[in-house]
Write a protein that binds this ligand. Sequence first.
Ligand SMILES: [Zn+2]
Length: 121
Amino acid sequence: MQYLSSEQMTELREILLQMRKKLVKYAEEQIKDPSDVTFEGGDEIDRASIETGRYLSLQRIRTRELKLLRKIDYALMKMDHGTYGICESCGAIIPFERLKARPVTTMCINCKEAEEEVENE
Ligand SMILES: [Zn+2]
């Protein structure tokens, strides 16, 4: 199996940067725009629980997105260090097609599957 060519690396970097841009934009919209919450004359208790629920769901969105954002930054950092596309578990080269489908992956398919089997036990 061959290591990534510079063209493939450039393509993957583009994908990661696009993902990052979309993610940041989406997260900003979620945080900025409170317009989807309307109060139909509910009392204070209802209002408080709606606000709490909304706050919690925002927190969840942000946690999930921050996690992905961190993975993207990690992948970009690895590209700069020349270690991108190498399995962190066994050191094998991760095929381009797998990286293209999942650019933030840090493991080859064999190691990933082994890890998932362990998790399911
Ligand atoms: Zn591996």
